[in-house]
Design a protein around this ligand. Structure first.
Ligand SMILES: [Zn+2]
Length: 326
């Protein structure tokens, strides 16, 4: 099996959590300057590996038994792995599937029938620690964005005790109490703004819903969802797997789109699904998080419930009014 570690740059460090950091090999292929601050991270386990770059945001992973993905192929080529080696890796991986993967595949099919499952992914960025008031830059950021105080926000100030990474806050993704991914939001106003390790069909915030709540609010952004205890679909549309997960909660669904051009698509999707839509007439607020900053959590939720529309005609009317405002 291809030993990816033998292709890593010679200058590298290992963190106690198992991440190897080295100068990222992706950035110059993504329109950025080459990395000189060891912002690339690789973690290897017996099932494969995952890579992320804390500079340009590139991520890729490989799981034994699966096809080598396009992103993984690109990464391997940047590391200097010959294409023939990658093809061999792909064949070996798929051979593994025929021995071990069948049971897994069966399990996945039955999971798909019974409910929704995500693979555990607890590889947080190296050096991740909880944000505390002793980290004023990060603490202020999460307070300003109205993240609940009991939500575990993380950051890695230095990714292995030596190398600085771009300042960021990490939001862990959980499902059924298990960590299944994360997103890191950079605070330095450079692109990209986020690195994501998510899984198809994941909806953020499901674990924050209370049994007794009758309603569930669905929006695009993670900080929107965090600030009012809603769900985030993380795009301006909702894919079928996400629909299934949201429906499985058995609550009244209200979609709260961003009040911009991109939000219009989310409105159309909500109408298609027969879900309620709420477009409150906030002043100068692009999204829920802006509204929470301006009106507070309770004021925002109340305005959302008041502006909630279930009839298709009324939703179209509100959408037209929104188009005029944006
Ligand atoms: Zn990069």
């Amino acid at each position: 099996m291809l030993d990816i570690q033998s292709y890593l740059p010679a200058k590298r460090k290992s963190s106690p959590s198992g991440w190897i950091s080295f100068n990222a090999v992706c950035c110059q292929h993504n329109g950025q300057n080459p990395d000189r601050r060891s912002r690339g991270g690789l973690k290897v386990n017996d099932q494969g590996w995952s890579y992320h770059c804390f500079n340009c945001g590139y991520t890729a992973s490989f799981i034994l038994g699966r096809t080598v993905t396009f992103k993984a192929r690109r990464l391997l080529s940047w590391l200097g792995v010959p294409e023939t080696e990658v093809d061999v890796l792909n064949l070996e991986s798929l051979r593994h599937r025929s021995i071990h993967g069948i049971i897994d595949d069966r399990k996945r099919v039955s999971d798909a029938i019974q409910g929704i499952e995500f693979q555990e992914f607890d590889d947080l960025p190296p050096g991740s620690e909880l944000i505390t008031p002793e980290m004023p830059l990060y603490w202020k950021y999460i307070r300003d964005r109205h993240v609940p105080e009991d939500f575990p926000m993380l950051t890695a100030i230095r990714n292995d005790g030596i190398h600085w990474v771009r300042p960021h806050v990490t939001v862990p993704f959980t499902y059924d109490g298990k960590m299944i991914g994360w997103t890191a939001r950079f605070l330095d106003n450079k692109q990209p703004k986020y690195i994501n390790h998510s899984q198809p069909g994941y909806v953020f915030g499901v674990d924050q819903q209370h049994e007794s709540w009758q309603h569930v609010l669905v929006m695009e952004g993670i900080f929107d969802a965090l600030s009012i205890g809603g769900l985030a679909v993380m795009h301006n549309t909702i894919n079928d797997a996400q629909v299934k997960l949201i429906r499985s909660l058995g609550k009244e669904v209200t979609v709260v789109p961003d009040q911009d051009r991109a939000g219009l698509e989310l409105i159309d999707r909500a109408v298609e699904l027969g879900w309620a839509v709420s477009i409150p007439a906030w002043q100068d607020c692009k999204d829920v998080n802006d509204a929470v900053k301006k009106y507070g959590r309770l004021g925002t939720v109340l305005s959302i419930m008041q502006a909630r529309e279930t009839s298709r005609i009324k939703i179209e009317l509100r959408k037209k009014q929104l188009v005029k405002r944006i």
